[in-house]
Design a protein around this ligand. Sequence first.
Ligand code: MG
Length: 227
Amino acid sequence: MNIKVIAFDADDTLWVNEPYFRQTEEQFCVLLQQYASVHELERELLKIELANLPLYGYGIKGFILSMIEAAMKITQNTLSIDVVRQIMDLGKQMLNQPIELLDGVEEVLETLKGKYRLVVATKGDLLDQERKLKKSGLNPYFHHIEIMSEKDDANYLKLIKHLDIKPEELLMIGNSLKSDVMPVLNIGGHAVHVPYHITWAHEQIEHSIDNERFKSAVTIKDILAYL
Ligand SMILES: [Mg+2]
C-alpha cells in the first residue's frame, strides 16, 4: 500500500453517537406509550426518518422533525403541544451531549500524525459536526475536514480530487460498511472497517465484502498493524 491520506469517519468511529439516538428513541417511545407499542413506534419513526432523509439529510435536527412527524401520525394529529416541546427538548439534549471519544482514538491519531495526512470524512449536519469536532479536541490532528451530505462514490471522488491524491492513496477508516467502506472500494481506495457494537438499521448491509483493498479490524488500534 502506498497510502498518503488516512480519512476517519467521525460518528461511532472517533466518538460515541448511535447510543444517543437509541436512548432518545427509547424516551420517545415512553412519551407515546399510550398510543402504540414500542415496536410500532420504532417502526413508524424509522419509516418517517428514511422518507425524510432526502429532504433533511442526516443528523439530529432532521431526527427531531421526524420524531414530531411520527408522533403526529401515531396520535392521529391529536398530539399535544406539551409533547412537541418534550420531543424538542430531547433533541436539544442530544445536541448538547458532551463528546465521548472511543477507546484508542487519541493514541492512534498521535501515532499517525506527521506520517500521513489525516482527514475527517463525515456526513451529518454541518454545524453539529463542526461543534462536535471542536468539543472533541481532535481538530489539531486533522489536515482537512470533509462534511458530506451523503457518503457516496461521487463525494469520495470529490474528496480525493480536493486532496490531490490517487484513489489508491486513500485509506478510509469507519464503522459503516455502507458509507465508509463500499463507496471507497468502488472508487479504488482502501478501507478498514472498525465495527461499533450498534449500527443504525439504515447503515447495515447484508452481503459480505471480498476485496483485496478491504480489511476488518476489531478496534481502531488494530489499523496500526496494517500500515
Ligand atoms: Mg460512523
